[in-house]
Ligand binder design. Structure first.
Ligand SMILES: [Ca+2]
Ligand SMILES: [Ca+2]
Ligand SMILES: [Ca+2]
Ligand SMILES: [Ca+2]
Ligand SMILES: [Zn+2]
Ligand SMILES: [Zn+2]
Length: 711
């Protein structure tokens, strides 16, 4: 037979000052050495060691009753010989502060979550002797004096709320889930005989009753271990004390139920509330409910609030995490130095998170805990001094980030136990991903509390492709992505990952690529893939349909028109010429026309008149398309000078007949002020020296007419 009787919390009222070692502690406090009920219990144990089964499951004779003893007036625990006598008949040994064996937990154990029901028993249920007290009917409900109803002034809802809050608290901190059950229409259960197991609907796994155990103080309550778990409160305690929101009732019930979950006492009795443990043997109201060690102990058997999450299939669902969001796991316990996530022996914790697109995430796992004294309660009931337990460094945490299928993105195990593991900027796939916390330590029956964090970065990871900016390529660029060893560029002619072809693999830190194989004018869709940590796995940085399109420009063609030859008819040195150009762009529009001569702009329009100097003019027409890409054509415009300077034609009258006398006649006629008979006569400045009328024109006219040369 294994098991133990464990001295538990006590209370001294009305002037009890809760500091354990406080001198006021002994005011009105009974001396356990003279506590009659304890002696009765001892006597009964001696007479009949099997009595402990009376509140246990008859099918599980190993179950243990946890009885609560008082402290001595000097603050020490009760006479060791008293408890030792009891233990001698009940215990094989203490099993450490977590009673983790095949009989002391509900369900599967080792971090296996469990659903428990709880109920109050009606006054009709008789509770046999548990620790030597007389059998009596339960007395939680009215009528009667010192029922729980009475202690709370008839406000039944108020005291039930305190019990509910205790179970809510254990549920909020551990893998145990509770449901209160009642018989139809009443506040109590179906009234089955004490010791009857729960049925899940009208009778709880944890049944709670109240009866006189001893006088006020001394024994406060007792509680059976799993899988009985039932609780008996001493009717003679003032459960209605409202201080600390009924902390007396709540801490005793929470402590007792700790036994009901399979927890043994833990020592030493600490003077510092920061080191406090609900499962210390004596009541303390300087902390409220389960503390660090209590959370660790219950997680050892039932896991944490995220259970079951031992596989990716049953991973805890964190949901869709938005860009630029931070998601914390295990935070917010409200218990100093304790988190809501814990890892037990050989346990695996999986968390599933979803992202809308490939995202960079920062992940961290941080061990939680402090160093505190930890020890067992001795067989004689005294508390061992304990040894330091470093709850921060029980397991060497390992963080693995996994896609929904395939090998891990990254496994973080750089640091030793007690230290966090963290990695920034890991690219994860769109859709479901998993954060997994495991232990790199050998199997360790201690719980390692931890918190974890997933931070989703907001940056967009798409690559960008040039849209016609270059006539010789499409330039693909992308933001530098941390931890990247290689980039890969995929190309498609539709905006889909399906059907893409890899066109380049680029070694980081380069972050651009020139696609010179693109055909001008064709629209392509470019996708970026990333290999991080040199692990050989290229992962999409963009979802299908999210590609940026790119296009190599089809350059425009210019047409400057046909070559022209003109004459400076008025001998002004230049001549006005009409330029008429055009341009064609097959993948866009022409946005400008520019005509240049010797590098200087002479016209900024498709067509127009320009003045060109005498000579050969090579004119360049540049057309620019809507992407700024140019096309060029040239045209040659020849401006000839007027007829060489010299004498006019001897065909003075312009009738095409010469030489003839009529030219002479007409010359003199005009010279004399007459009119030209044909209307097309030359001027009379025959020698074109700008001086007229003069005799020299006459001389020269006859000279040329006679076959001479113009002077
Ligand atoms: Ca009592
Ligand atoms: Ca173009
Ligand atoms: Ca003529
Ligand atoms: Ca002249
Ligand atoms: Zn206890
Ligand atoms: Zn002239």
């Amino acid at each position: 037979m294994t098991g133990h009787v464990a001295p538990v919390a006590t209370n001294a009222e009305p002037s009890y000052v809760p500091q354990i070692m406080d001198p006021a502690f002994d005011v009105g406090f009974p001396d356990a050495r003279t506590n009659e009920s304890i002696q009765q219990a001892i006597a009964q144990v001696i007479v009949d060691p099997s009595f402990i089964m009376t509140v246990g499951d008859p099918q599980s004779p190993d179950e243990t009753i946890h009885a609560c003893f008082g402290k001595n007036p000097d603050g020490t625990i009760p006479d060791p010989s008293v408890i030792a006598t009891v233990n001698q008949f009940i215990l094989d040994s203490f099993q450490g502060r977590y009673q983790f064996n095949t009989n002391n937990f509900w369900g599967g154990g080792n971090a296996a979550p469990v659903n428990l029901t709880w109920s109050f028993i009606p006054n009709t249920v008789n509770i046999p002797s548990g620790v030597g007290e007389a059998a009596a009917n339960s007395a939680l409900f009215e009528p009667g004096t010192n029922t729980m109803d009475d202690r709370f002034g008839g406000n039944r809802a108020l005291w039930i709320t305190q019990f509910q809050n205790v179970f809510n608290r254990w549920q909020a901190l551990t893998g145990v889930n509770y449901t209160r059950v009642t018989a139809a229409g009443v506040d109590w259960d179906d009234g089955s005989a004490w010791g009857t197991a729960g049925n899940g609907t009208t009778r709880g796994d944890i049944r709670i009753g109240m009866k006189p155990i001893d006088a006020a103080n001394g024994i406060l309550a007792y509680n059976a271990s799993p899988t009985n778990g039932d609780m008996v409160l001493d009717q003679n305690e003032n459960w209605g004390q409202s201080g600390g929101t009924y902390i007396f009732l709540r801490n005793v019930v929470a402590h007792e139920h700790g036994h009901g979950l399979g927890q043994a006492h833990v020592c030493p009795i600490t003077s510092s509330p920061a080191q406090g443990k609900l499962m210390e043997p004596f009541y303390d109201n300087r902390y409220d409910g389960p503390q660090q060690d209590d959370v660790r102990g219950v997680m050892r058997s039932y896991g944490d609030i995220y259970e079951p999450n031992g596989t990716t299939a049953n991973a805890f669902v964190l949901g869709t995490l938005a860009p630029s969001s931070v998601t914390n796991i295990g935070t917010g316990s409200g218990v100093p130095n304790a988190s809501l996530a814990g890892l037990s022996s050989n346990e695996v914790d999986n968390y599933r998170f979803t992202v809308d697109a490939p995202r960079l995430v920062n992940v961290t796992v941080t061990p939680i805990g402090t160093t505190y004294l930890n020890g067992v309660q001795n067989a004689n009931g005294s508390c061992s001094g304990g040894t330091n337990l470093n709850a921060l460094a029980q397991h060497d945490l390992v963080l693995t980030l996994l896609p929904s299928t395939g090998s891990a993105y990254v496994t973080l195990d750089a640091n030793a136990a007690g230290l966090n593991e963290t990695q920034a900027s890991v690219l994860v796939n769109a859709g479901d991903n998993f954060l997994r916390i495991t232990s790199g330590s050998t199997a360790n029956s201690e719980t390692q509390l931890y918190t974890a964090q997933i931070q989703v970065q907001g940056s967009v990871l798409a690559c960008t492709a040039s849209d016609g900016s270059f006539a010789d390529k499409v330039q693909v660029t992308w933001p530098t992505i941390a931890n990247t060893t290689r980039y890969r560029i995929l190309r498609n002619t539709s905006n889909s990952l399906s059907g893409t072809i890899a066109i380049a693999t680029i070694t980081a830190p380069a972050n651009n690529f020139d696609d010179t194989t693109a055909v001008a004018g064709t629209t392509y869709f470019y996708y970026l893939q990333v290999e991080q940590f040199g692990n050989g796995a290229f992962r999409n940085a963009q979802v299908s349909g999210a590609a940026d399109s790119g296009r190599r420009n089809a350059a425009p063609t210019a047409n400057a028109g046909s070559d022209q030859t003109v004459t400076d008819a008025d001998n002004s040195g230049s001549e006005s010429v009409t330029l008429s150009g055009s341009g064609v762009d097959t993948d866009g529009t022409i946005s400008s026309f520019t005509w240049r001569r010797n590098g200087s702009v002479i016209l900024s329009a498709a067509s127009g008149s320009v003045s060109l100097p005498v000579g050969t003019n090579t004119i360049e027409l540049t057309v620019v398309d809507n992407n700024g890409i140019s096309g060029v054509d040239t045209v040659v415009i020849t401006v000839n000078p007027p007829a060489p300077e010299g004498c006019d034609s001897v065909d003075f009258n312009g009738n095409g007949v010469f030489p003839e006398d009529q030219d002479v006649v007409d010359f003199f006629n005009i010279l004399a002020g007459g009119t030209c008979p044909t209307g097309t006569c030359n001027d009379i400045d025959f020698n074109n020296n700008g001086v007229f009328p003069e005799d020299q024109d006459v001389v020269d006219f006859f000279n040329v007419l006679a076959g001479g040369t113009c002077p």
